[in-house]
Design a protein around this ligand. Structure first.
Ligand code: NAP
Length: 378
């Protein structure tokens, strides 16, 4: 018997990729949900007999009742931006007795999910927030890499996207903190930094080459100092394949910081269209890195860098992997954890990166033990 899995934002940029991956799963019936019936119906039809469209607005007054009537086994929430969003969707899932998985990148949202831990336990459901690149994949990489350290001092990570623009919600979320202050742990001290400032250039292997990355306000900045006690620095930066785009965002961040511009999220729609126009000029390659530094078992200074490269515009699938992998495990009854938590410790790197086979992905760990943490052709 197929279990209903509802994807909120199911025809959006990431929702559509998640739906397409899960459509081949024999255990599931997919409910493609959003506010646009035409888009939901078109995708459901393309996915085949075991997908159906659902008109569902999570801001509507009868959302809770509608969700309860649909009786999903799992709800996957992709309907960002998550920055500033409250937990009403999670509460509705708990009330309906369905598991909840999201791809949130809002720092307060992902960390704040733990407020609903007791309610989720009592309902016997799992609520996992951030089943995406951050913090699910990033923490899985650190979990596996930290065993090489007797003392872990620093976690520095970053993502450089290709030119393919994300969806509007992602643009809104990222632009919302450009130039805005936030706290980050550096050398044991919580310091104020500003979104998309403190930029660095990093050389990735060919064909990516040099890419610029700016500071981002992400859940890992709070979650990692708790999860890895003793760590003194946690930094995350991101950028895009177009140098000019990252540098322009950096320039705008100064205007926001100086009070000359308000929240850049209001420009998300035109900037999203511009990014779409520029896409053919840019790179199809994206990358993610996680660098750990500390002391090894012999009390010698040690550094290891985990690197993921994606070609062929396959990079935008990566944020979907953890949600896909976790939903499969939930539907098959392979996850026993219950409660509300950031999505950490629920999936391994291997489980995440094999969620969609056949993509142009390579990952490897430098300065690691032979054969450790690499795939699929290393
Ligand atoms: N944690 C991470 O590492 C990570 C990485 C990448 C992205 N993300 C997050 O992923 C989220 C989704 O990004 P995306 O690029 O897929 O955005 P998107 O293409 O704009 O998709 C958002 C979807 O939500 C739907 N939606 C919006 N408001 C709704 C409502 N009130 N009720 C029901 N559905 C609604 C939209 O359809 P309608 O407007 O037609 O309803 C759309 O289908 C973003 O918030 C981003 O921050 C996280």
């Amino acid at each position: 018997m197929r279990k209903p899995v509802l994807i909120l934002g199911g025809y959006g940029n990431f929702g559509r990729r998640i739906a397409t991956a899960l459509a081949t799963d024999p255990d599931m019936e997919l409910l493609i949900a959003g506010r646009d019936q035409t888009k939901a119906a078109a995708l459901a039809q393309a996915l085949g007999a075991h997908a159906r469209p659902v008109m569902l607005d999570h801001t509507s007054s009868d959302f809770r009742e509608r969700l309860a009537a649909l009786k999903p086994k799992v709800l996957i929430h992709t309907s960002g931006p998550f920055q500033g969003q409250d937990l009403h969707i999670v509460e509705a899932c708990i009330a309906a007795g369905c598991h909840y998985v999201d791809i949130a990148d809002g720092r307060d949202y992902v960390g704040g999910i733990r407020r609903l831990d007791e309610a989720a336990r009592q309902a016997g459901v799992l609520v996992a927030s951030g089943a995406s690149s951050l913090p699910a994949l990033s923490s899985a990489v650190v979990d596996e890499g930290r065993s090489a350290f007797s003392r872990l001092d620093s976690i520095e990570s970053g993502i450089s996207a290709g030119a393919k623009p994300p969806g509007l919600a992602t643009m809104e979320g990222v632009l919302s903190y450009v130039g805005k202050p936030f706290l980050r742990l550096e050398n044991g001290v919580w310091r104020t930094v500003h979104g998309w400032q403190d930029i660095v250039s990093r050389r990735y292997p060919s064909p990516l080459g040099r890419r610029w990355l700016g500071s981002c306000d992400v859940p890992d900045l709070d979650l990692f100092p708790e999860r890895y006690p003793g760590v003194r620095t946690v930094v995350f930066r991101a950028g895009v394949g177009f140098t000019v785009t990252t540098l322009a965002t950096w320039l705008f961040s100064w205007l926001v910081r100086a009070g000359l511009l308000g929240n850049l999220a209001r420009w998300a729609s035109p900037l999203h269209r511009l990014a779409g126009t520029l896409e053919p000029l840019g790179s199809v390659w994206s990358a993610m890195h996680v660098t750990l530094t500390g002391m090894d078992d012999a009390q010698q200074p040690a550094t290891r860098t985990w690197l993921l490269l994606a070609g062929n515009n396959d990079g935008p699938n990566i944020p979907c992997f953890p949600a896909i992998a976790l939903t499969r495990k939930l539907v098959r009854g392979e996850v026993t954890e219950r409660g509300a938590m950031p999505c950490m410790g629920l999936l391994t790197v291997e489980e995440i990166l094999t969620a969609i086979p056949g993509l142009d992905l390579k990952w490897a760990c430098h300065n690691c033990r032979a054969g450790e943490d690499s795939g699929p052709d290393h």
